[in-house]
Every structure is written in C-alpha cells, then in structure tokens.
Write a protein that binds this ligand. Structure first.
Ligand code: M6R
Length: 623
C-alpha cells in the first residue's frame, strides 16, 4: 500500500520527474517519501517522514543528479513513518551501492533478517523491505569488469538482474519492487508479485510505477506486469522475463486513452470534488458498455447455482445494492459478502457450481483478491467488475467488465461507486431479459430511466450543492449521525455513513430503518441528527412511519427525497431534493450523490483533507 515510481532516461535530471510522478501516486500512501538517483558511480539519496510537498520544501527533492532514479511514497506497515524507515532502503556499504523501493509485505522478513545478520549484515530500519537490499548485496558476486561483461554476453543476464532474481526466490509475500545499483548504473530491475506494477515505455526513457497516472504526462504506452515477472529497464530498451525460468516474455505496450488532464485536479480544490463532478460523464461512459460483455457476464450469472458477490468498503455497498437489483429485476438470489470474511464463511461451501462476482474499483484490493483465490482453488467461476484494465482482478476473472470511470485519485470512492451501480443495474436488466421474469414494458422502462441518470446527477450537483454545503455548516459540530433507509436504500445509507466517517471523522450509524425500535432508537434525544433516504416506491410508506417515530422523540430529521414530495418534506427539519421519476431499484445512483457532497463539505468545514484521510490509502493491497 505504497506508491513506487522511477525511470531511466536519456536526459539528465530525472529527480523532478520522479517527485511529480510520486505526487500523482500520493493517494496510495503519504506518511513518508524518498528518492535515490545515481550519477558518476555514486548514489544520491533524500528521504524523510511527511507528505511529498512537505519533504520537498524541507530538502528539495529535485536537486538529486542523474538520469536514473527510484522513488517511493509510503503507507507504513513495518516500522513507524520516519526518515530511516522511508524508502529507498539500502545495503550495508557506505556509501550504499544498492537502493530498493518496494510496495507490499515480505512475510518471511524476520527469518531472512536473522540469517543476514548472522552473515554480518547490519540493518538500520525496522522495515521488511530492507532485507531485499541486503539480499541483493549478498547475491551480487563481484567479478572483474571484463568477466562481468562475458557473463552478460553468455547468459543475457546481468549481475544485478541475477542478484535480484536470486533474492526474489527467497521472498515470501507480496511485492512490486525496483532496484538500482552503482555497479550497473544503466538499468533498473523491477519485479512483481501480487502488488501492482506498470511500465511506461517511451522514446526518451522507460518508467515503472504502481499505477498509470504516475507516468501519464510522460508516456501513454503502458505494459502491465504480471505476478512472477521481472523487467530490466534501460534508457533505450526494456526486457520482461519470467522470474522462475528467466524465459523472455514478449509483450507489446498498450496505448492508454487516459489523458494526463484526467489525472489532474482541473481547478477543483480537491480530487474528491472533481470526481463528484465527473460523475455524469463517468455514468455516460458506463452506458456505452458493449452489449456483448453484459451478455456474456449475464450468461454466467443465469447459469449459476449460487452467486456470491465479494468486495470491500464502498464496493461492498455496491454489491449490497446489486443484491436488491438482481432479486427484484432478475429474480436471482445473490449473496453479498465482505471479502475479508469470505474465507471464513465460504471456504468449504464454494465449489464448481459457485459463481463469484468480485467488485473492486482498483482490481488490486488484497482482501478481494484473496477471496477470489480461495474460490478459484475450489473451482468456482470468477467474474469481475473493475475500473482498471490490466489489474490483477482482470487477469484472474473468467469474464470481466471495466467500468470506464477514468482514474479516481481521492481516497474516497465516489464516481467509481455510482459507475459500479450503473454497471450492476445494467447487468440486472440484461439478466431480466434472459430470464423473462418481468414484462417487456418494465424492462423498457428501466432501460429508458437508466439513460436519464447522468443528467439527473448533473442536476443534483447543480441545484443541491450549495444547500448541502449550508447543511454541513449547520451540522459540523454534531458528534454522531444516523443514516436510515429501507430496502435498497440501506446500501445508500451505509455508503453515506462510510463517507462521513472516513472523511470527517464523525462516528455514525447506518442500518435498515425498521431496526430502530429493536435497539438503536434509545440513542435518540432532542436534536439528534437522523438522515432518511426516501425514494418513492415500495418502502416509502413504511419509512414515513419510521420518520414519525424519530420525530416523536425530537430527532433532527434530514431527508433525501424526491423533488416536491410534500409529505416527506413536511416531516423534515431539512431536506435535499433529487429529480423525480427514477424507480426505487435505481435510486442509490442518484440519492448517494448529495450525501457524498455532504461528507466532503463536513470534512472541509472541519479543516480536514478529504483527498487524504488519516490512516487510509486508496488501494488496500495488504490484508
Ligand atoms: O479498489 P476497491 O474497490 O477494491 O476498494 C475497496 C475499498 O477499499 C474502497 O471502496 C474504500 O472503502 C473506499 N475508498 C472508501 O471510500
């Protein structure tokens, strides 16, 4: 759960490129940062605890010299955020000869460290990564230059590459890593196992990164590395190999259609706000999905004996909403399961007849991938929904759909959530067509309505943003909120609560409104803020009863309801209106939007950074 980025270029002074690339990866972790470059046979290093801009201000990361370098933005797993624990990590030599950056976790680092210490290696940090630098040092057999050249000519493998390969064979765990050495200052050796790694290929040099935005302004040619692969990058070439047998892998770069601007803030104060505003466009993209993919995926769903949807956080909420959609529209029973719980719940029961629909924006969430792996080992069929082409989820899925939301940089999922919902509802509709359980009129109506959603979201942002902002001002000091809904709106309530908690640090509670009187209502006293999600439809009438119960106990009632729903408005102390006409089963896609804005504004009102909430990272690649 860190960002790595580096390059070897034809021109001098790559340090600013590395800093800017890391900045675009800061969503992956931001407790410390470091860079190392090589010039004239010497390693130059700067690293410290803090966000990239803070460290850069303190020690100018840009004046590291050289055409080759590696960088890292960290989210601590082993060892507190500190200058020593920041990456790059080094070998024993003084000055150091090897520098390593790493994203992932080395499970057996304690054993390796002990062995290395017995051989005389001296460790400085508390990180698991440092063992890699010492292992490389240990395996790097020094030979005279002429001999070394002969070895390369004979085997095609340089000593650095050989040392990295040998080191990798000793590692248990996950990694995307890159190593450079003053002994071979013309190359970067990088490798991947279970943590994301992408190469950027250009005429001016080669790049590696944890994610595409890092090098997007520099090149649009990308190669996605797979587990068990290693790459050697030089300023004019790259080679990819299988780590286990050194077999060369030929893989052409893919031309990306993401523009660098897509990864920038475009004038918004925060990425999150920009991404909230990008929702109409992202939703339009989901409506352009090719029918053949929806059709293929629903063929699997249709034949499935059981469908288990696995995901984490916001993606889990999308699955929860989808379970209502599949049940109501396609008459398919599905089980949404939080991915980290999957093994406990289903490791025995999943089998060849099970179908797993894994939903992950990043396609790299460790818990989701672990659930998928457990299911795969039990011969289940894996289907995927993700936002990242080439992500691990796309590779392990029998069939997958890419939701086309473009990069989401803010830690909080916003546009990727509504896009997931849009794709999942299209799947439900497509499946309904196959199963013939609902009438053609109903299907046509849903298909017509789904087309209107992007415009409705546009309207909500335009008409409700300032109202929601005033509401956040008014409620900024509240210590706890309830978010309540019935039916599919429970998913909306859970998502609204997650957004508020993760961004504004306000402990909040969300549950089906019908549960209030089974316990939680005892918390209610005068002025306690309770949000109700009130779309029209089957649940509305009973929900009005639930609102009245809360009102009778003098709660502060805030509703999200359909435009002009006077009955609800009359019961509300404050209300947010959403355009009319969307069936309840599609309502989470629009009803969640003002609640995203509310969480965003609550965070900014309180002076917190919504793009980088404390203790969180965008992509959770550790379990
Ligand atoms: O990339 P994924 O969709 O697999 O991520 C899953 C969760 O970590 C993620 O949805 C998280 O809950 C959100 N960032 C919260 O806003």
């Amino acid at each position: 759960m860190c960002g790595i980025f580096g390059c070897v270029c034809k021109k001098e002074n790559v340090a600013p490129l590395i800093r800017k690339g890391l900045k675009r990866l800061e969503y992956r972790g931001y407790d410390s940062v470091g860079e190392a470059t090589i010039k004239d046979g010497k390693l130059f290093i700067k690293k410290d605890a803090g966000k990239i801009d803070e460290v850069h201000k303190k020690c100018n990361l840009d004046d590291l010299p050289g055409r080759i370098g590696v960088g890292h933005t960290r989210w601590a797993t082993h060892g507190a955020p500190s200058s020593i624990n920041a990456h790059p990590q080094f070998d024993c030599s003084s000055p150091p000869r090897f520098a390593v950056v790493h994203n992932g976790i080395i499970d057996n680092f304690a054993e390796l460290k002990k062995e290395l210490e017995e051989k005389g290696h001296v460790f400085k940090s508390k990180t698991d990564t440092e063992v890699i630098a010492h292992l490389i040092e240990e395996h790097f057999v020094q030979k005279p230059q002429a001999d070394a050249r002969k070895t390369v000519a004979k085997t095609g493998i340089s000593k650095l590459e050989e040392a990295v390969s040998k080191s990798l064979s000793q590692l248990d765990g996950s990694y995307a890593l890159a190593a450079i050495s003053t002994y071979e200052p013309d190359k970067i050796v990088c490798a991947r196992n279970e943590s994301p790694l992408v190469l950027g290929i250009s005429e001016n040099g080669q790049f590696f990164a944890s994610d595409i935005p890092a090098f997007l302004p520099l090149t649009k040619n990308a190669i996605f590395m797979r587990n068990g692969e290693l790459a050697v990058l030089k300023d004019d070439s790259f080679t990819i190999k299988n780590i286990s047998d050194q077999r060369i892998i030929l893989r052409e770069p893919k031309l990306l259609d993401w523009t660098p601007e897509m990864a920038e803030k475009k004038g918004y104060t925060h990425f999150m706000l920009k991404e909230i505003h990008e929702q109409p466009e992202a939703l339009r993209n989901t409506l352009r999905l090719q029918d053949k993919y929806l059709d293929l995926l629903t063929t699997f769903l249709d034949r499935a004996h059981e469908v288990i949807m696995v995901a984490c956080g916001t993606s889990y909420h999308a699955c929860l909403a989808a379970s209502y959609m599949f049940s109501k529209v396609s008459y398919l029973a599905t089980h949404p399961v939080i991915a980290s719980e999957f093994s406990e719940q289903h490791s025995r029961s999943a089998n060849i007849d099970s179908t797993i629909l894994a939903v992950s924006q990043s396609g790299e969430t460790a818990d989701t991938l672990a659930a998928v792996e457990t299911a795969r080992q039990r011969a289940a069929t894996i289907l995927g929904l993700t936002n990242v082409v080439g992500s691990t989820l796309t590779r392990v899925s029998r069939v997958y759909i890419v939701q086309q939301s473009g990069p989401e940089i803010g830690v909080a999922a916003t546009k990727t959530f509504t896009s997931q919902l849009s794709v999942l509802s299209q799947l439900a509709i497509q499946l309904a067509k196959k199963r013939g359980k609902i009438s053609t009129e109903e299907i046509d109506l849903l298909e017509d309505k789904i087309q209107l959603i992007p415009e409705m979201v546009e309207q909500i942002i335009e008409s409700q943003e300032s109202k929601v902002s005033s509401l956040a001002k008014k409620l900024r000091d509240e210590k706890c909120f309830f978010f309540l809904g019935r039916g599919i709106s429970v998913a909306t309530a859970l998502e609204a609560r997650l957004k508020l908690m993760e961004l504004a640090y306000v402990p909040s509670i969300a549950f089906p409104a019908g549960e209030s009187k089974h316990g939680p209502i005892s918390l209610i006293q005068e002025g306690f803020p309770v949000f109700f999600i009130c779309p029209p439809g089957e649940t509305r009438k009973t929900l009005i009863g639930n609102i009245s119960e809360m009102k009778a106990r003098e709660a502060n009632i805030i509703t999200v309801c359909e435009e002009g729903d006077e009955e609800i408005i009359q019961l509300s102390d404050d209300y947010i209106e959403v355009p009319r006409g969307l069936p309840e089963v599609l309502s989470p896609i629009t009803y969640v939007v003002p609640l995203q804005i509310f969480a965003y504004r609550m965070a900014t009102e309180k002076g917190y950074s919504p793009d980088m909430p404390r203790n969180l990272a965008k992509s959770v690649t550790v379990r």
